[in-house]
Design a protein around this ligand. Sequence first.
Ligand SMILES: C[S@@+](CC[C@H](N)C(=O)[O-])C[C@H]1O[C@@H](n2cnc3c(N)ncnc32)[C@H](O)[C@@H]1O
Length: 301
Amino acid sequence: MDQKKNEQIQKFGGAWTVIKIDILKQYLDAYTTALKSQPFNLVYIDAFAGCGKYTTKNDQQDMPLLAIKKDTDIEVREGSARAALNITNPFHKYHFIDLAESNFEQLNSLKAEYSSISSRISIHREDANEAVLRICKETNWYDYRGVLFLDPFDLEVEWKTIETVAQTKGIDMWFLFPIMAVNRLLTRKELPPEEWQKKLDKVFGATDWRTSLYSKIQARQTSIYSLLPEDITVKDTDIEGIKEYTASRLRTVFTKVSPSARILRNKTNSPLFVLFFAVSTESDRGKEVAMRIANYILKNT
Ligand SMILES: C[S@@+](CC[C@H](N)C(=O)[O-])C[C@H]1O[C@@H](n2cnc3c(N)ncnc32)[C@H](O)[C@@H]1O
């Protein structure tokens, strides 16, 4: 692929970025193959689609499946949108959503590049929450089944979006949950400031994180005037605890949530994201097949 001078390729990620796209692509391939003979139209919704590719420093394990071009110190790789277009059995419909103008333009070029299926591709320059709500409402889930990929940088995904997705009963969701960003908002020695609490309410769609992730303890006497020890609220969780709490929230709306959610770490081993997989179908067979494929990929990638 030519790297045009004025083209802005997204620069982000590290080894975890390669892993997430690898997992997603394997699932999309398996999904469209498994449902090939089923009487459904298949839709892929990429709510934070980026521009179709990204660069990483060339210092990670070799992944020839995903590498597009090698340079001396950077690699240009398939982003989620391109990965979804490069699978063996394409979807009947693609929705690529991104707010950034340069990404919108590059997604339109990507659409032109895939001319044989370009009529199946819709590009939306829109907030992901608004676009996903609209697409969920406009799609006839009696005829359609689909996969949604939520791949935000930060805390952009709102709980009402997750709830609406689950209500379709037709979507399998991959959600890259920004656990480091959430952990930062969960202050240690007291509940977070009001503004952060509101943000966490929107992310979790619940208020009980205040009691699930925090405990009341008796503080030591803080001054000579305080006769009785006071109760103070302190953070009582870690990354595993936040991951489990988030999974429990997802289980309230999805019919099945993978127990193999994967923590993705940076070079220094700090946890950045958790890749969750959840299905909304009520069909036992559908749940079982989707979970078997997703769990296998999550454990073996
Ligand atoms: C992590 S990147 C996505 C990477 C992409 N999935 C890939 O694999 O190449 C996050 C993207 O979300 C976009 N974005 C940020 N906030 C958004 C919002 N509220 N709605 C839609 N897109 C948003 C950014 O422009 C950025 O391209």
